[in-house]
Design a protein around this ligand. Structure first.
Ligand SMILES: [Zn+2]
Length: 316
């Protein structure tokens, strides 16, 4: 059904097919939003812009009191407050397995005890509006704050980062047609810090993720090249392509990961020096499939600046 011959620039050629044992894998996303796709009533930047600035900048998700809150990642509950006092009200803190620290504020209640191991997507609390000694210290919402690589006590409460830059962006709405036109390339400025140690999808253009899609009757032969520039690379980053396997209705029923290519840091480790990465994949697709690429940062603070995706393909 699928025979894709992968060749990687700067690395030995690889071959793959979806039916080889061990190649089947589920695409790992980044953090899960607490309550799905809901309105953001105040952004992290909005918190920072307040006068005075928020002491714990985060993202406010507008949800009615009593909404389920799901864990962003696998990890351990390392702090829990059950009183409505102070600006935080009730809260939970999750130390994610990647070493990052996440707090959920203004809760109605928590459903997991201190020290509990939780799974990504598990319900850990119900949202509220608690704070300043009241159940209604705010309008109803959940505030999520994130610190990279340490606790807020170590890093400073004001040194949180924008959780929205780290949420899962695995695409859910396949495009009607291939997003990258035949024999063309797209270039865009991403300017985003990618999460450390988490596979994060790479967009083709803003809002588009898929490199190729094929239906049950169309066969597609092509080649894809991705170029990236990034700063803050002290160790390196990895790139790979995921093939989603679809059923006849276009729903995802499986996924297979292409072998990983590792891009080391450039020798010049000055803070603002750029590291360039290149990934190339000749492929042959047959059957309902779609491809997208992912990046995984091997050190914290890697900011991808510009992405160029080139694609040639032929259908039969
Ligand atoms: Zn807030």
């Amino acid at each position: 059904m699928l025979i894709a011959a992968g060749g990687v620039v700067g690395a030995s050629a690889v071959g793959w097919d979806l039916f080889s044992p061990g190649l089947s894998a589920t695409a790992a996303g980044a953090y899960l939003r607490p309550c799905g796709e809901v309105r953001i009533s105040s952004s992290w930047q909005g918190h920072k812009n307040r006068n005075p600035p928020s002491g714990e900048p985060g993202t406010d998700y507008a949800v009615i009191t009593g909404t389920q809150i799901r864990a962003a990642a696998n990890g351990v509950i390392v702090d829990r407050k059950d009183s409505t006092t102070t600006a935080t009200g009730r809260y939970l803190a999750l130390l994610a397995d990647d070493g990052n620290y996440i707090r959920y504020l203004h809760l109605q209640s928590s459903t997991v005890p201190l020290g509990a191991r939780v799974a990504r997507g598990q319900v850990i609390a119900y949202s509220g509006a608690s704070g300043f000694g009241s159940e209604t210290g705010y309008g109803p919402h959940v505030h999520v704050s994130l610190w990279i690589g340490g606790t807020p006590l170590q890093l400073g409460f004001t040194n949180s980062v924008d959780f929205e830059n780290y949420v899962e962006v695995e695409p859910s709405q396949p495009p009607a047609e291939d997003p990258v036109p035949l024999h063309q390339s797209t270039t865009y400025a991403w300017n985003t810090v990618v999460p450390h140690g988490v596979w994060t999808p790479i967009r083709v253009t803003p809002g588009q993720y898929y490199l190729a899609t094929t239906g049950s009757t169309i066969k597609e032969t092509g080649d894809i090249t991705i170029y990236l520039s990034a700063t803050g690379v002290t160790h390196g980053f990895q790139l790979r392509v995921i093939a989603d396997v679809l059923n006849g209705s276009g729903a995802k029923v499986g996924a297979a990961a292409q072998p990983v290519v590792e891009i080391p840091a450039t020798r010049d480790t000055a803070a603002n020096s750029q590291t360039f990465g290149q990934y190339a994949l000749p492929y042959f697709l047959s059957g309902p499939l779609r491809l997208y690429a992912q990046i995984r940062a091997l050190n914290p603070g890697i900011k991808v600046q510009e992405v160029t995706v080139k694609k040639n393909f032929w259908q039969s």
